[in-house]
Write a protein of this length. Structure first.
Length: 686
């Protein structure tokens, strides 16, 4: 009994201790009641995440960008509008680390990812945090001028170190974004030779390029008269760190000694030129430290590397954009390629529904992804960040081996086929192909053309031929040097060797990069010519709209088709069998319509309904459909011919190879209906 009481007391003590513990730790005494267990209170709702995210682009610029060229109306400084749109401005650095020198105004530009369709960005709240002791403040742009827009802000870094620029964007519906942040490292230039210590291969390649010898060549060879008259201004782009400011940057302006010293140095260049002493080594008379920041060096593109040299790491490495070339190549005068490129579709980031795509998309829709693929990186390991296709996708700034430092020349793989005579158009063909194999049509998993089939068309290959022999137009020969006429073998108005570096241009370059109307120089007169810097050259475009009028770049066509005023000029055959010889695009559009109709009819005969739509992918199968080879092959050919979909049905591919386009569609018609197209001039044979 005594032991029983002790047990009871012990149990009671444990219970009381537990209750006391509950009160002490949790602030409540549990209660026990008969009946159902009480429903727990609902957890507080999680805050809805912002629907879009702010992003920041960085532009380092000269303190006085504002000199305006009287003829062109464009600024002559480093910061320039993208093409002819004053609301689009080049961001020199890509997201990541942007390195800039001290004392130089930095402009940051707002954007956002994931913005709802139809919504517009309205307000920008900027913040900045600098290193200890920095008094740098950030200010919104209050007045919009050419190249400076209201979605930008500016600050001038006053100390070396790391700055963090923050941004929250509000759209016109009052929705705020998630905050974005951009790290900017302010540091000094160190010179090209320092970079060579760790990056020997890239340094040695770069040193043999035109960039690597720009200042030295012009000083020694007197290649341009400006170098002994107004050469100090040319140094703005042909050196590293040309910033006329009081702060020490380690750049060319500071080390050379200012414009007064140029009087003596320029006189030396002028004397050599007068005495015709070309090749005299004027460059070596400069201080070695000045030589190290002369030419278009590593830090001209990557930004000053002082912080990276002091503490080498991947994290401290200066960032760079694939489009940073435009900071000089759109400056003024004949440096206009950046503006032309900005008017091209390449400058617009692809919208694939997400910031990152699959490796298949990244191959062509990502700058780094494309370079990775060209360099043989495994598909699963390529960079998948989607964005604009910048200059360095086609041109390798560190490699002098190929003409124009192109990444690919002559040989390119298109699907399973290797094209060996692509010339300077190899880069174009790398992406502008159907990315499919017509042989797959005979399998259970057919693959259809993905948008453009221009590469196959111009090479005279591709399409599902149903066992027929398809005729090719003479376009498969252009750009290969086979026509005895200098105008048909070069993309501009200068000699073949000078423009093409002795290489065959290939059909893509020959037509799409033919001189822009008015010529490459931006003058008051040239800019008044319809299509100037909107078609041809580095716009790569053949059609534009100006003042509500369509402007077609028919000048390259006129080299072989005198008198042509439109791409839709008449062919010598009746391709659709309607008794008329009409324009190439008209004939192909008619054939596309007929084949589209017969594809639907054939599907009904096979017991299923095939839905059609005006845009890609054009045909939608029901899940249980088992289409015949005739249907699959005809759809393949429809998409192959209709590949350049942004030009409208039949317009783009019809020009690349009208006969092949017609032959594939005519063969498809016969296979779908069981009889050839009556009265038509057939472009295929059995």
């Amino acid at each position: 009994m005594h032991r029983m009481n002790n047990k009871v007391i012990l149990i009671i003590g444990i219970v009381l201790f537990a209750v006391a513990l509950g009160v002490g730790l949790f602030g409540y005494i549990p209660t026990y009641a008969a009946g159902p267990t009480p429903t727990p209170a609902p957890a507080p709702a999680e805050a809805t995440p912002p629907p879009f995210t702010a992003q920041i682009g960085v532009v380092a610029m000269y303190p006085a960008m504002g000199e305006i060229n009287k003829d062109t109306g464009r600024p002559t400084g480093i910061l320039v509008p993208r093409g002819d749109d004053p609301k689009k401005t080049y961001a020199v650095f890509s997201p990541g680390t942007a390195n800039v020198p001290p004392g130089v105004p930095v402009y940051v530009k707002a954007s956002a990812s994931g913005v709802a369709q139809g919504a517009a960005l309205k307000d920008y709240a900027w913040t900045i945090k600098g290193p200890d002791g920095s008094a740098a403040a950030i200010a919104k742009v209050e007045k919009e001028v050419l190249g400076i827009t209201m979605d930008m802000a500016t600050f001038t870094p006053d100390k070396e170190g790391e700055y963090a620029v923050g941004l929250v964007v509000t759209d016109d519906k009052g929705t705020k974004s998630a905050a974005g942040e951009q790290k900017i490292v302010v540091t000094k230039y160190v010179g090209n030779e320092v970079c060579a210590g760790c990056h020997k291969d890239r340094y040695e390649g770069w040193s043999k390029t035109l960039h690597g010898t720009a200042f030295k060549r012009f000083v020694n060879e007197n290649a341009e008269g400006e170098y002994f008259s107004a050469g100090y201004g040319c140094a703005r782009c042909h050196t590293v760190g040309y910033y006329p400011i009081k702060e020490s940057t380690g750049g060319w302006w500071e080390l050379f000694g200012g414009p007064d010293k140029w009087k003596t140095f320029g006189q030396m260049i002028a004397t050599n030129a007068f005495n015709e002493e070309k090749g005299k080594d004027t460059f070596s008379s400069l201080d070695p430290k000045v030589q190290a920041v002369s030419n278009i060096g590593c830090e001209a593109c990557h930004g000053p590397a002082g912080a990276h040299v002091a503490k080498p790491s991947k994290e401290s490495a200066p960032g760079v954009s694939f489009g940073s070339c435009a900071q000089c190549h759109n400056a003024s005068g004949h440096h206009t390629r950046g503006g032309a490129y900005a008017n091209s579709a390449h400058s617009e980031a692809a919208d694939l529904g997400a910031p990152n795509g699959r490796a298949e998309c990244a191959k062509c829709h990502s700058s780094q992804g494309s370079v990775d693929t060209i360099n043989g990186v495994k598909p699963e390991e390529v960079d998948k960040k989607i964005g604009e296709i910048g200059c360095a996708v086609c041109h390798d700034p560190h490699a002098p081996a190929n003409s124009f430092q192109l990444r690919q020349v002559d040989t390119v793989k298109v699907g399973a086929v290797e094209i060996k005579d692509a010339g300077l158009s190899a880069n174009c063909m790398f992406c502008h192909n159907s990315n499919s194999d017509p042989k797959s049509i005979t399998t259970d998993k057919p693959g259809y053309p993905h948008y453009s089939s221009a590469a196959e068309q111009i090479a005279g290959i591709g399409g599902f031929d149903f066992g027929f022999k398809i005729k090719n137009a003479y376009h498969v020969n252009i750009g290969k040097g086979v026509i005895n006429d200098e105008h048909t073998n070069q993309p501009g108005n200068m000699g073949l060797t000078q423009v093409n570096d002795g290489k065959n241009p290939g059909a893509c370059v020959l037509c799409h990069m033919y001189r822009t109307p008015g010529g490459v120089w931006d003058t008051k007169d040239s800019m008044a010519v319809p299509g100037h810097q909107k078609i041809g050259g580095h716009t790569f475009s053949m059609v534009t709209e100006q003042d509500k009028k369509v402007v077609e770049h028919v000048e390259p066509c006129q080299q072989c088709h005198p008198g042509a005023t439109t791409f839709n000029f008449n062919v010598d055959e009746d391709l659709d069998g309607n008794g008329k010889m009409e324009g190439a695009q008209t004939e192909i559009k008619s054939l596309l319509d007929m084949v589209k109709k017969e594809i639907v009819n054939k599907a009904k005969a096979e017991g299923f309904e095939l839905k059609t739509q005006d845009g890609y992918p054009y045909f939608v199968f029901p899940q249980d459909a088992k289409p015949s080879v005739e249907i699959k092959g005809a759809i393949y050919n429809f998409r192959y011919v209709n590949g350049v979909m942004w030009s409208g049905e039949g317009k783009g591919s019809a020009i690349h190879n009208t006969y092949r386009s017609a032959g594939l569609l005519q063969a498809s018609y016969e296979k779908l209906t069981g009889k050839p197209l009556e009265k038509a001039s057939l472009m295929y044979s059995k």
